[in-house]
Design a protein around this ligand. Sequence first.
Ligand SMILES: NC(=O)c1ccc[n+]([C@@H]2O[C@H](COP(=O)([O-])OP(=O)(O)OC[C@H]3O[C@@H](n4cnc5c(N)ncnc54)[C@H](O)[C@@H]3O)[C@@H](O)[C@H]2O)c1
Length: 282
Amino acid sequence: MGLGQGDGLLAGKVAVVTGGANGIGRACCERFAEEGADVVVADILDERGIDTIAAVEKKGRRAAYVHADASSPTDNETVMQHAVDLFGGIDVLVTAAGIATADYRGDRPEASARRAARHAREQPDAMRRFSDLRLSDWQKVLDVNLTGTMLSVQAAARAMLDLGRRGSIITIASIAAKHPAAGAPAYSVSKAGVWMLTKYAARVLGPAGIRVNAIGPGFIETNMGEMIRGLPDLEERLLADVPLGRMGTAREVADAALFLAGQQSSYFTGEMLHPDGGFYTD
Ligand SMILES: NC(=O)c1ccc[n+]([C@@H]2O[C@H](COP(=O)([O-])OP(=O)(O)OC[C@H]3O[C@@H](n4cnc5c(N)ncnc54)[C@H](O)[C@@H]3O)[C@@H](O)[C@H]2O)c1
């Protein structure tokens, strides 16, 4: 039977991370492993997902990769079932799977950034970008970011309730959840939905001892962060609103997730932490 429980803030715990192949999700996988957790990595980018597993195993913990589309109910069920079958349960869920726009590709950040820059040049008018937004583009972002989060939270909650685990669920929202100037329309609305979902789930799951919190990161250096860099003047404009004057790292977000995952946050639920360099100071 695998490794011993070892030391660390998450010793003996099992974590599931959607979107665990890259960026914030991957940083959570690695940070949690450093603190003693075994990890199930769910994503649609298989090569990168398998790479994350290797990184977790290097830290001495067990890991499994499951190809899973966050917007699929059955894929989410399969992910949680893997955690139960392979590692005996699920204690922590992080929902990091997400897209910035309908055509965002996590494995092609440069191409996504170039496309975003072209859209911005062709359609510099924010009013038009809003009024002409295609239904299919809106739907895709909502499907992955909001419905995907709902399905992962539901599937994890079911497993935690069945097993009687007092788990911790962490959704990844954004500063865009509360501020219309921090993201594109569908993205911002999807993240606002994630925030309400988080509060809702916290209320209904609290009596079972399951905590549900959100993280609302600011501008973070990941593949998605590359999009910001690609947009003309946007990096400077956005950083003008960040007192610390720089983008954050995925590890800085993972540290917030670690706090929410473990016992140090035992009286937190229905809360959103903002690793954002001070964006919310006004
Ligand atoms: N980078 C930022 O500045 C920033 C800021 C605030 C919030 N966020 C949020 O953090 C989360 C992680 O983003 P990131 O910055 O690490 O970007 P990223 O592109 O590096 O990682 C996102 C991951 O989600 C995966 N993914 C995308 N669609 C999926 C789907 N349908 N099913 C399963 N996996 C899917 C991608 O393959 C990728 O591995 C996202 O929800 C994003 O909205 C990012």
